[in-house]
Design a protein around this ligand. Sequence first.
Ligand code: NAP
Length: 422
Amino acid sequence: MLHHIAIVGSGPSGLFCADALLRQRPDLKIDVFDRLPTPYGLVRFGVAPDHQGTKAVTRQFDRLFAGGALRFLGHVQVGRDLPLANLRQHYDAVVLALGAHADRPLGLPGEDLPGRYGSMAFVGWYNGHPDFRDLDPLLDRPGAAVIGMGNVAIDIVRVLGKTRAEMATSDLTAHAADKIAAANFTDLYILGRRGPIEASFTSAELAELGKMERVRPVVKKSDLPEALPAGLDAIEARVKEKNLSILHEFADRTDEKPIRLHFLFNATPDAIVGSERVEGLKIKNGPTLEVGTVISAIGYRTAADGDLPQSDARGVIANQEGRIEPGLYVVGWAKRGPSGTIPTNRAEAKTVADLLLADYANDAAPAKQGSAALDAWLSSRGVHVMDWACWKRIEAAEIAAALPGSPRAKLAAWEDLRKHRQ
Ligand code: NAP
């Protein structure tokens, strides 16, 4: 009988799944585990600090936790502190909502030079992820390049390009704000290995790049087709048409601003140049860009630890419609790869929740013990769970420390977060 469910990962896909399960079965008890002492995963560490509206989704997650059927067990790494095999002994069903935490490798010479960062590390650094708090990236040259033409690449150039005043209402971490303010960029580059039609950014995000105080987008008119290619579906055509019109508008600009943001289309990176550190980025059949920083924003793969199922060649955990095997499910980026927006996960998590509930519709096995048995096991192993009350103390400290206009000053160091253990 289905009664106790464990969800591993407290990002949007895991919490949307909890929501969908509880709407249909309010009697269920769901425990949400996270390696970090802070909930919300991608909402806290992925969504850009100046996109606070997108983060408002956490209010509905808070209501779920306040409802009593959902428990937060932070600071517990399933697979390592708590083997999956053990979790499955205590819960009737387990849902993996692990996200995708590993940067796809570029596979280029010079990839490991200081000054080259993957977007997981770089975005994690400015968003206060404790694993990347001390990244201290090299931002000391006038040029910096971001490889990739998705929304993550757009987020990164925008955060690098905005002034401190433009970020005042964001929750950009102080360590990143100081470092970015001290940088003296004159030329930022965003590189796509294909053309403007193939770029995967969306129109609203692209348009934002044209509204920055000290950054002027630079687009070559000759890179832009006058019309869309045939064969696009209607929704895609609408987005691409809007993108093209924004890019044409960028190409027409003649104003001068301190930072030029160069859009380089059909620019495949060939090598990262430098001996001790990044000195440049060589483009295949093209120039070597004079940059001291190269950030690759080319997508992610799921990396699972310990006895969690490993991801396959596509970087996702093999599954059928979300079922890995009876009793074990997967949602979100770990299920389908790093695509879509936060609302994409709401619809998808519901389909996995429906599948899970259908699997147990005629299950007559006695329900397992759930957290009652597990709590004792965790404390016997010295695992210090940081629960919802700990998170609320962290949150209160962050709000209390916020600068005027900013929603919070994130605690980003492990030791500062762990101070809020009871
Ligand atoms: P993405 O949209 O898949 O973009 C990845 C980019 O990297 C593409 O331009 C891709 O080019 C390029 N790329 C991949 N491998 C490459 C390589 N080896 N060399 C050079 N370029 C390479 O992924 P993302 O930007 O990481 O975003 C992930 C998801 O989060 C997306 O669905 C995105 O929309 C979403 N997101 C949304 C927002 C928002 O709504 N504001 C913000 C951030 C992220 P090709 O097309 O040629 O492969």
